[in-house]
Design a protein around this ligand. Structure first.
Ligand code: UGA
Length: 443
């Protein structure tokens, strides 16, 4: 017969946890979301998603209305309530090294486990260095009143910001890192609605492999982006065009066009810190040489930011001193208000440090940007940012920037000069409107 649906808790209601909790409740599970941040919990309980994610606010209200989703701050309540506990807390880069900071994961697992007095499954979803699950298993067995009855599993998450709902409801694959058949069954029960709806492939493996799948995937994606950006550097030295090059490579099905978009490169809370943490962990394990290339991937990525500043300087006539620059974009990518390691803001600060007067506009990330970078100037619209600008530089490829009419924009700027940091604008259209157009890796 079919096992009854497990009751779920989600520990950590940030980006990943909030999305997971909301989607699981919509799929029919009883869910309790737990966070140490009381304000966050109160906002979620009141139906407010504390970050920008298309489609999620509607689903939150639906889940709350169903009565199946609650939020709280009490770990004892979580332990009493749940059969399967998903740990979704952050693993940021450590302040003083490339390593991942595991403080939040360790403390969340400890506080939960201290209250677990019956058989339960603790499922790690956070991105962690390989070997963390083994360490946490030992911790759980040591501190849980139910001892070895509590099992640990790893279920890495591959959702993209901006597509979080779609990626959670209909993922490309599910990875279950488990140590027993019981753990596998619990996870199968927790994901039954997803698998039944979409026939999602389920890949069952040991815990260290499951931990590695995540970092290997993000490292591959980062490498693909830096690969095409390295080709952009070669293009710049030869007069070749990286957009035509990428388009031709993409037709080879073995290569594929996704994550082959050249430009300013990758940022965000995941790819940059994940490749650094992976390199760090590999060194600890004595296999640093296996992933030294990730250092190159990081270096290529950072050079794109510096090169964008150079393009703006060239276009401004050789000096940035006193130049008025409109910076379009602050978020690390469109359809997100996330500014963690955002290439856009890095470039804005570099331009300002070089003496330019920079005015930033972003459709969703203004509050976050203002808080983190009070030294920059901000405008209320793309047009306002561009008023009297010597150079307009597109740093995040929001649809509203792509749709700007260059004829109209020409009426507000001081000079028709644009640097397209994301290959998002139609060069022919802008050139025929009288703009000097520059882009990374294009003649
Ligand atoms: C990334 C992965 O894509 C997810 O699968 C993963 O779950 C997530 O990290 C995570 O570890 O949590 P995300 O950080 O939301 O997702 O953003 P991406 O869509 O991967 O974009 C990352 C960066 O790469 C952005 O700055 C984007 O502008 C840049 N990018 C992406 C390029 O420069 N070129 C491309 O072709 C694609």
């Amino acid at each position: 017969g079919r096992t009854t649906a497990p009751r779920l808790t989600v520990i950590g209601t940030g980006y990943l946890g909030a999305t997971h909790a909301i989607c699981m409740a919509v799929l029919g599970f009883e869910v309790l979301g737990v966070d140490v941040d009381r304000t966050k919990v109160e906002r979620l309980a009141a139906g407010e998603v504390p970050f920008f994610e298309p489609g999620l606010p509607e689903l939150l209200r639906k889940a709350l209305d169903s009565g199946r989703l609650r939020f709280g701050t009490d770990f004892a309540e979580a332990a009493a309530f749940g059969d399967v506990h998903f740990v979704c807390v952050g693993t940021p880069q450590a302040p003083d090294s490339d390593a991942a900071d595991l403080t939040y994961v360790r403390s969340a697992v400890r506080r939960l486990a201290e209250n677990l007095d019956r058989k339960a499954l603790v499922v790690g979803k956070s991105t962690v260095p390989v070997g963390t699950a083994a360490e946490l298993t030992a911790l759980v067995h040591e501190v849980a009143p139910a001892g070895e009855e509590v099992e640990l599993a790893w279920n890495p998450e591959f959702l993209r910001e901006g597509f979080a709902v779609q990626d959670t409801m209909n993922p490309d694959r599910l990875v279950f890192g488990v140590g027993s058949e019981w753990a596998e069954q619990q996870l199968r029960a927790a994901f039954a609605p997803v698998v039944e709806a979409h026939g999602t492939p389920v890949l069952v493996m040991d815990l260290p492999t499951a931990e590695l799948v995540k970092v290997a995937a993000n490292s591959f994606l980062a490498t693909k982006i830096s690969y095409i950006n390295a080709m952009a550097e070669v293009c710049e030295a030869t007069g070749a065009d990286v957009t035509a090059l990428a388009g031709a490579l993409a037709h080879d099905a073995r290569i594929g066009g996704r994550f082959l978009r050249p430009g300013l490169g990758f940022g965000g809370g995941c790819l940059p810190k994940d490749i650094r943490a992976f390199k760090h962990r590999a060194q600890e394990l004595g296999v640093g040489q296996a992933v030294t290339f990730l250092g190159e991937v990081d270096a290529i990525n950072k050079r794109r930011r510096a090169r964008t500043v150079d393009l703006v300087r060239e276009l401004a006539g050789g000096s940035l001193d006193g130049a008025r620059i409109a910076a379009w974009g602050a978020a690390f990518k469109p359809d997100s208000d996330d500014i963690r390691d955002a290439p856009a803001l890095d470039v804005a600060v570099l331009l300002q440090d070089a003496g330019a007067q920079v005015t930033v506009y972003d459709p969703e990330a203004m509050d976050n940007a203002r808080r983190a970078y009070p030294q920059l100037s901000y405008a209320d619209s793309a047009m306002d940012a561009a008023r009297d600008a010597d150079v307009v530089v597109l740093l995040t490829e929001w649809a509203q920037f792509r749709e700007v009419d260059p004829e109209i924009l020409a009426g507000v700027v001081a000079h028709r000069r644009v640097v397209d940091g994301r290959h998002a604008l139609d060069r022919d259209l802008w050139s025929s409107a009288g703009w000097e157009y520059r882009a990374l890796g294009r003649p």
